[in-house]
Design a binder for this molecule. Structure first.
Ligand SMILES: *Cc1c(COP(=O)(O)O)cnc(C)c1O
Length: 453
């Protein structure tokens, strides 16, 4: 009998709503605090940075939020995305486990990020915003937002973490092709950037620094708002189209996952796949395990502290309660640039704190080893970020073999690595090193956390 390898949904099955897990959580994350007064802030405090529609989503506890028709029309360029059963990988691992992956690399920019970029550009355009600033690590977010802004006639300026700007020129070209203006961060264009450059002219940059620059730029101009590609509640919300589709596709496959896996930088792709399944666990219908996978050199969940911290390096953003390594921590320049963030989405942190989600950390060579095996079996070359999820899925499948159990594994292949081939070249040439966990630098950064309470 022929074996099914991919599960495809027709366009008519594209979700009509986003799923808001805040409606179903036992405990909500504590409120954001004002950066100076440390008092809880209301939605209006965010108005200089975000359009009202997104602020309302940020604080909403409605279970479902309708997806505007205009956004669904754009989603149809690549959604619903395919779900695959990794049969060749299962065979190579000689495992009784069934491995499934949801593939978000079919989007125009090659990752899950346009799911929120398109929604954010739409709401900004609706409220008359002419220009959007943002930061980008590996360039995945910047390119996704550049694409989305282009569709809705909005100007886009991207502060790109310098190490990625230098390592990944093709992402910059992609952003410019979609009409964005890109500068390496730290840049001389903002006070935050100039301050860092004065201290260290060779700074490789970090997401935290780039966020400071983009936020400062947006706050200082009437016609400009800011957009974040991960971490915030509304971003995770937009990604839930991924998990809603995957639920239907697993049903087509006649299975239900025992474990759901996602790599985590700020937490959005993992949340997007996990949250619709996690609802079943929160309501006591399923005992599914959820595994967040982070890089060993930037392990906010597994090594960080659950405290209020800034989202950016300069300390301009509201304080959020997160597992954090300290907002001044600059992670080593690993290839998975999209995972180099000092903290994690408050929703993921609360769920991790409450024991609903587990976390593991892997060094990068173990992830590339897994990604190469995956590519040789399944064809798709994973993004370096996604390779962390691939590693964890393979380890689950190997554990299932040890235990002789038929485990159903589902992971999010959040993007392809076709613009990251330099990283693969370095790996195959034996040039990739595993950075030591920078314990001293984290300890130092943790001394700069704001004292709250
Ligand atoms: C940005 C990115 C990530 C990390 O961001 P999350 O918000 O944690 O999902 C993961 N995978 C890919 C392909 C990315 O581009």
């Amino acid at each position: 009998m022929a074996e099914t390898r991919k599960f495809l949904l027709p366009e008519s099955e594209l979700p009509t709503q986003w799923y808001n897990i805040a409606a179903d959580m036992k405990r909500l994350p504590p409120p954001p605090l004002h950066p100076a007064t440390h008092q809880p802030i209301g939605p209006e405090a965010l108005a200089p940075l975000f359009p009202m529609a997104l602020i309302q989503q940020e604080v909403s506890t409605e279970r479902y939020i309708p997806i505007p028709e205009e956004v669904r029309e754009v989603y149809k360029l690549w959604r619903p995305t395919p779900l695959y059963r990794a049969r060749a990988l299962e065979k190579a691992l000689d495992t009784p486990a069934h491995i499934y992956y949801k593939y978000e690399g079919v989007s125009p920019s090659g990752s899950h990020k346009p799911n929120t970029a398109v929604a954010q550009a739409y709401y900004n355009a609706q409220e008359g915003v002419k220009r959007i600033t943002t930061e980008t690590g590996a360039g995945q977010w910047g390119s996704s937002l550049a694409f989305a802004c282009q569709l809705f006639g909005i100007e886009c300026k991207v502060y790109m973490v310098r190490i990625s700007y230098e390592q990944k020129p093709y992402r910059r070209v992609l952003m410019e092709t979609w009409g964005a203006k890109v500068v390496p961060s730290p840049s001389p264009d903002t006070n935050a950037g100039r301050a860092i450059l004065a201290e260290d002219p060779n700074s490789t940059g970090s997401l935290g620094i780039a966020i400071s620059e983009a936020v400062e730029d947006a706050a200082s101009r009437e016609d400009t708002k800011y957009s974040l590609g991960s971490v915030l509640n509304h971003v995770l919300l937009h990604q839930t189209v991924v998990g809603q589709e995957a639920m239907k596709q697993m049903e087509m496959a006649g299975e239900y996952p025992d474990v759901v896996i996602g790599c985590v930088g700020g937490g959005s792709n993992a949340a997007g796949l996990m949250f619709p399944f996690l609802r079943e666990r929160l309501e006591g219908r399923r005992k599914t395990r959820f595994v967040a996978v982070e890089p060993a050199s930037c392990p906010s969940l597994t090594k960080g502290e659950y405290r209020y911290d800034f989202g950016d390096t300069a300390g301009l953003t509201p304080l959020l309660k997160m597992y954090t390594l300290g907002h001044t921590f600059v992670p080593p320049g690993i290839h998975a640039g999209g995972l180099r963030y000092h903290a994690m989405a408050p929703l993921i942190c609360q769920l991790y704190h409450d024991g609903e989600i587990e976390a593991v950390a892997y060094p990068q060579t173990a992830c590339f080893e897994a990604a190469v095996l995956f590519a040789r079996c399944e064809g798709i070359v994973p993004a370096p970020e996604s390779s962390h999820a691939v590693r964890a899925a393979i380890d689950e499948a190997l554990a299932a073999r040890e235990a002789g159990e038929r485990r159903v594994i589902l992971f999010n292949l959040s993007g392809h690595g076709l613009l990251d081939l330099q990283a693969y070249d370095d790996y195959m040439a034996g040039k990739l090193r595993d950075e030591e966990y920078p314990a001293e630098k984290v300890k130092e950064a943790m001394r700069h956390l704001p004292e709250v309470e």
